[in-house]
Design a binder for this molecule. Sequence first.
Ligand code: AMP
Length: 309
Amino acid sequence: MKLLSVGTVAFDALETPFGKRDKIVGGSCTYISLSASYFLDSLGLVSVVGEDFPDEMINLLKDKNIDLDGLQIKKGEKTFFWSGRYHNDMNSRDTLDTQLNVLENFDPIIPNSFKTPDYLMLGNLVPALQLQVLDRLEKRPKLVVLDTMNLWMDVAMDDLKKVIARTDLLTINDEEARQLSGEYSLRKAARKIIEMGPKYLIIKKGEHGALLFHGENIFYVPALPLEEVFDPTGAGDTFAGGFIGYLASTDDTSFENMKRAVVIGSAMASFCVEKFGSERIENLSQTEINDRISQFKKLTDFSLDLALA
Ligand code: AMP
């Protein structure tokens, strides 16, 4: 298996300045897998849902060639539920409710055929469960990418630090990077976080793009200026899915290739925010994806004769 993703498959209730949805499918693993599926045909997920989870979504994930042998469906139980409200700037949000439901007693069983993935994406999830997944693999993947959130910094910092120490690349947003490091300057924050273990760090800045750090190297990709942003939910996970999906498909973890992967991740995230939930990334064409990547290229492409500067 090229890529294994672990995380939540959820129901979300969302409120943005553009509207409201009471119950739509979300979850870190849903966005990651959908996004990565455009680059890979050998990927699987490990997660858990309740009996209330819709068959249509399961069928959609299967249609995308996502192996669901690691998706546990718990009879008589309810799917993880998260509810959030975005502020007018769409860059910040408040969590209104988190109901763990099936996650409360989740035992992340890894099917035998999933135990030697080349690439591992640990999507946002309880850090203790992310650690369990690492312990249950038969060999260390070529690259372990971790995503997390401020909640785990508040309630499970010790476990979180243990997972961070065992990953190659961490993706977090700017606020979280500041919280984790205690530094306001993102450059200083990056140095401190890299000292915690990962060789690479991606700091996501919402509509202001993303930064990739590795040693003394920094690479920056802006976000595509869009006319309308309906719902940023899942943008970070969609970014991560595009990023690792591309890396896994090219099987190249050099810094140069990671730069390309950051552009691909940003392009995928730019689709995600155009509609509510995962709707926009459920049925993208290869032409749409290629066009979007070209727009990113054009956005930052310029020539400058240094002799004249
Ligand atoms: P993002 O906007 O990329 O941060 O991801 C949003 C998704 O994360 C939503 O679809 C939620 O279902 C999911 N989510 C929210 N809170 C948590 C949590 N505590 N653990 C795991 N997933 C979560």
